[in-house]
Write a protein that binds this ligand. Structure first.
Ligand code: IPE
Ligand code: IPE
Ligand code: MG
Length: 235
């Protein structure tokens, strides 16, 4: 399918789900699915600029994923540290601006340092903004934003809360994709997806391809976003 589906959503958010089932189907350990998922992410990141997607926000590790078996959690932490060590210089060359969105507490010093360096090294890039939500939860985000405003003695309004959210200054996502066949948000961008278009794909994340992305974009382009107005008003 074409790489220039137009008009594209400027901001796409993805719940990258299905790694564990992808591995189980192959009698592999769950971590093998997570590794394959990193390769999928690399492909999808590269597919964004030609499709006019300016911001890609992905859910990599949720506040609730700490409740998984300890070896899976530590495997995911190692995978993140390894991926950063391997991929950042290439992403930097490609103009990608990396940001990590989520709580830093509970992360090891090594992982925190890796996140910090990756952000620093790509901070002046002006190509795709890649927000990696790691140790992120939508409820955590709303609470930390409200607390920050309260501590600064600022008024709580929709605008002030939006700017205090961890995803800021990225705008709200236009298209919210969840792979892996589940129909739920799982505490992803609760505040920011108020008016996102949702697309649920049965494809397990390690198998998610550029063609699947184009299917979601085509579907997005066929939707009418009304933001509370009538169809006649927005046409
Ligand atoms: C998503 O894949 C990745 C993370 C949550 C870290 P899962 O690991 O949830 O895969 P399934 O849902 O068990 O197949
Ligand atoms: C959501 O997937 C989190 C990520 C993809 C990082 P989960 O697999 O954790 O969600 P649930 O538990 O099925 O709702
Ligand atoms: Mg899952």
């Amino acid at each position: 399918m074409s790489a220039s589906v137009s008009p594209s959503p400027l901001h796409v958010a993805i719940v990258m789900d299905g790694n564990g089932r992808w591995a189980s189907k192959r009698f592999l350990p769950r971590l093998a699915g997570h590794k394959q998922g990193v390769d999928t992410l690399k492909r999808i990141v590269r597919a964004c600029p030609p499709r006019n997607i300016a911001t890609l926000t992905v859910f990599a590790f949720s506040s609730e994923n700490w409740n998984r078996p300890a070896d899976e959690v530590s495997g995911l932490m190692d995978l993140l540290a390894g991926a950063l060590a391997r991929e950042v210089s290439q992403l930097k060359q490609e103009g990608v601006r990396l940001r990590f969105v989520g709580s830093r507490s509970g992360l090891s010093e090594k992982v925190r340092q890796g996140l910090h360096l990756a952000e620093l090294e790509t901070s002046s890039n002006t190509g795709l903004t890649l927000n990696v939500c790691f140790n992120y939860g939508g409820r955590w985000d709303i609470v930390q934003a409200a607390r920050a405003l309260a501590e600064r003695g600022e008024d709580i309004t929709e605008d002030s809360l939006s700017s205090a959210m961890a995803l800021s200054p990225s705008a709200d996502p236009d298209l919210f994709i969840r792979t892996g066949g589940e129909y739920r948000i799982s505490n992803f961008l609760l505040w920011q997806s108020a008016y996102a278009e949702f697309f649920f794909s049965p494809v397990l994340w390690p198998d998610f391809s550029e063609i699947d992305l184009d299917t979601a974009l085509t579907e997005f382009n066929s939707r009418e976003r009304r933001f509370g107005k009538t169809s006649e008003q927005v046409r």
